[in-house]
Ligand binder design. Structure first.
Ligand SMILES: *Cc1c(COP(=O)(O)O)cnc(C)c1O
Length: 403
């Protein structure tokens, strides 16, 4: 590590909270799939900011739209209408196929929004007795970091020192339809789930799980809410991960991350009118939610996604990468390789001693990825990655992982 990087990291340790354990690298520039550190060394970004950079760093069309908007209007709050928010709501609802969109900023806020909307529906439509609504979620979920959201986490690190927690949640094993059926009571308002558990290590439920879960929800008059903050916008080879199963259309779709085109935090909830219109003025809001600058970036991001067929690219390149890894990366420590589209996890056996040291070795070789849940190396490059870049990445994986 250069003395410049070292100094910056030391300052960071002194001046900021230690709530992350980043790799020891300080970045300064990005373009497409590549980023540069403060010493000018180049790295292939195989994390894409947890899928917030699906379009690649500084996509020229998104940057141009952002620049243009900076010269016009950036923030009005929701006290007034803005042309950009109107345009964006129209665009994202047409793209995703829902009546309405409610904009927020971070993913956790969008999840909170969904929780509030679910509860409002429970009391005003399902007529559950006030303050008794229950939401079923899954073990090892990741939905964000606010108190309410960690209240239904099963991860000790996320919650051990942060109680008291928000009540009203029930945790069942992921992908377990019988457990879902058994958890339902007359007070159940919704089932909220990730179609693939990203933070838990790219865990995929058995095929048909979403379809079955939706059916159970419909039969029991409970809302089916999908958190596609990480899996949405092409990451898994489809526009949304739930498109992998026929006939699945959640009552609520929670989005974020790549929605902002890698520039701004913008998130939100999509739903149809009978559900979304339950919110009345004053019940929910956000000063920056849906600001014109964020909407300009998100507008361009959605256009690029469609025009450049990033979902199809993710599907093709993901297959290519997964096959290539299976064929050429050979280690006695590899327990499982899995994923959909460009959302791939390499699970190592516990004997490998954790994925972190492999990520550090990959970093030395110019490839950035991050361990998730101790033993999984997550590979989620920008969706604009080329075959040549994948070939290069697989070479690095071979160098680091092969026996
Ligand atoms: C990242 C993520 C969130 C939280 O998003 P933030 O913007 O970090 O608050 C919620 N759900 C899923 C599935 C995520 O991947």
């Amino acid at each position: 590590m250069s003395s410049k990087s070292k100094k910056l990291i030391e300052t960071m340790e002194k001046c900021s909270a230690h709530n992350y354990k980043p790799l020891p690298i300080v970045l300064e520039k990005g373009k497409g799939c590549w980023v540069w550190d403060v010493d000018g060394k180049k790295y292939l970004d195989m994390l894409s900011s947890y899928s917030a950079v699906n379009h690649g760093h500084r996509h020229p069309k998104i940057i141009a739209a952002a620049r243009q908007q900076l010269n016009k209007l950036t923030l009005v709050s929701r006290a007034f209408h803005s042309e950009l928010l109107c345009e964006f709501c129209k665009k994202v609802t047409r793209l995703a196929g829902y009546d309405m969109f409610l904009p927020m900023n971070s993913g956790a806020e969008a999840v909170e929004t969904a929780v509030k909307l679910i509860r409002k529906w429970a009391y005003s439509v399902k007529k559950i007795q006030k303050h008794n609504a229950e939401i079923i979620v899954c073990r090892d979920n990741f939905h964000g970091r606010t108190i309410t959201v960690v209240s239904f986490s099963s991860e000790h690190d996320y919650k051990d020192n942060f109680g008291p927690f928000t009540p009203g949640f029930k945790i069942i094993p992921y992908g377990d339809i019988e457990a879902l059926k058994n958890a339902i009571t007359p007070n159940t308002a919704a089932f909220m789930v990730e179609p693939i558990q990203g933070e838990a290590g790219i865990l995929m439920p058995e095929k048909g799980f979403m379809e079955e879960a939706q059916k159970v929800c419909r039969e029991n008059n409970i809302l089916f809410a999908l958190d596609e903050i990480q899996t949405g916008f092409g990451r898994t080879g489809k526009l949304f991960c739930h498109y992998w199963e026929k006939g699945v259309r959640p009552d609520m779709l929670i989005v974020g991350k790549a929605l902002g085109g890698g520039i701004v935090p913008i998130s939100g909830v999509l739903a149809d009118e009978p559900v979304m219109s339950l919110f009345t003025p004053g019940e929910h809001g956000s000063t920056f939610g849906g600001n014109p600058f964020a909407c300009a970036c998100a507008n361009a991001a959605m256009d690029v996604l469609v025009k450049e067929k990033l979902s199809d690219k993710s599907l093709k390149m993901g297959e290519y990468m997964q096959n290539k890894i299976r064929k050429s990366v050979k280690s006695k420590y590899i327990k499982n390789i899995r994923g959909k589209g460009l959302f791939i996890g390499i699970e190592l056996a516990p004997e490998a001693g954790g994925a972190r040291k492999y990520c550090e070795a990959l970093m030395e070789k110019g490839m950035l990825c991050k361990e998730t849940h101790e033993n999984v190396i997550r590979l989620a490059p920008p969706l604009v990655i080329t075959k040549k870049e994948i070939d290069w990445a697989v070479e690095k994986l071979k160098e680091v992982l092969n026996d």
